[in-house]
Design a binder for this molecule. Structure first.
Ligand SMILES: C[S@@+](CC[C@H](N)C(=O)[O-])C[C@H]1O[C@@H](n2cnc3c(N)ncnc32)[C@H](O)[C@@H]1O
Length: 240
């Protein structure tokens, strides 16, 4: 997968993908990331990308011309991409959306800044609008990086054990059961006996119960959504 990120801060993207899981995905050849500096697509000596809003009001707005120029140049070079506009007005990112995005060969992510982006970018080109959550960031980069990281770990061959991305929070509409590792006891806190029993059916049952309990306690909305959507359970013994 090739992910191109149009941004005013390419070094933020480059720094992020130089470490951790995105770097592993790149080394394994599953992912390529290109940070594209929006200022490269300006026409004036000051490399201006923003201007004051028509109608007045605070802040500056990203102009449409450099964005159209960037998208068109990238698509001329690499062919059409699935375009994603990071915006608080978009649909909230979730695991299902990440799985869907991970099926594309090319993603083009656009990070806004200042007060936002000239509306004609949205209406004059096709975008999927995605939000990181119900809060306002100063720029789209943290949202683009969250999306990039979430997608990278779903690409085939990237995580050591493909099962690890299946047995996770949200994949089956539930939050994940707790994990424990050595030592068996730490400061008087013991690992639940069942996990030491070697009884795989009992362990699966315990995990399922924990998962349901935690989801009920913290995210009753997920349980409701799960009931109305009938989550597929084939090959997932931990789902009842
Ligand atoms: C300061 S914000 C603009 C907020 C805008 N004035 C509003 O009220 O919706 C600047 C840029 O950050 C990005 N951004 C901010 N919050 C975001 C979020 N929750 N999800 C995705 N992108 C976000 C968008 O690209 C946005 O254009």
């Amino acid at each position: 997968m090739l992910v191109q990120v149009i941004t005013l801060f390419p070094r933020l993207i480059e720094g992020f993908v130089a470490a951790g899981l995105p770097r592993i995905a790149i080394e394994k050849g599953a992912l390529a990331v290109q940070a594209v500096d929006l200022r490269e697509f300006t026409q004036d000596v000051h490399r201006t990308v923003d201007d004051r809003p028509f109608g007045g009001g605070p802040g500056m707005v990203l102009q449409c011309a450099p964005i159209f120029a960037a998208v068109e140049a990238l698509e001329r070079q690499h062919g059409p991409a699935h375009r994603v506009l990071l915006t608080p007005r978009g649909r909230r990112l979730d695991q299902r959306k990440l799985r869907e995005l991970a099926t594309h060969e090319r993603l083009l992510l656009l990070c806004g800044h200042y007060e936002g982006i000239d509306e004609r970018v949205r209406t004059g080109m096709t975008w999927e609008e995605v939000s990181l959550g119900d809060f306002v960031l100063s720029g789209g980069e943290p949202a683009a990086l969250a999306l990039l990281d979430g997608v990278a770990r779903l690409l085939p061959g990237v995580t050591g054990d493909p099962e690890s991305t299946v047995h996770e929070s949200f994949e089956d509409g539930l939050l994940e059961a707790p994990h424990f590792t050595r030592p068996r006891e730490f400061r008087g806190m013991a690992v639940p006996e069942v996990l030491l029993s070697g009884d795989h059916a009992a362990i699966a049952r315990w995990r399922r119960e924990q998962s349901q309990e935690i989801t009920k306690e913290r995210r009753a909305d997920l349980l409701q959504a799960r009931e109305s959507q009938s989550v597929p359970t084939e090959g997932k013994p931990w789902i009842v």
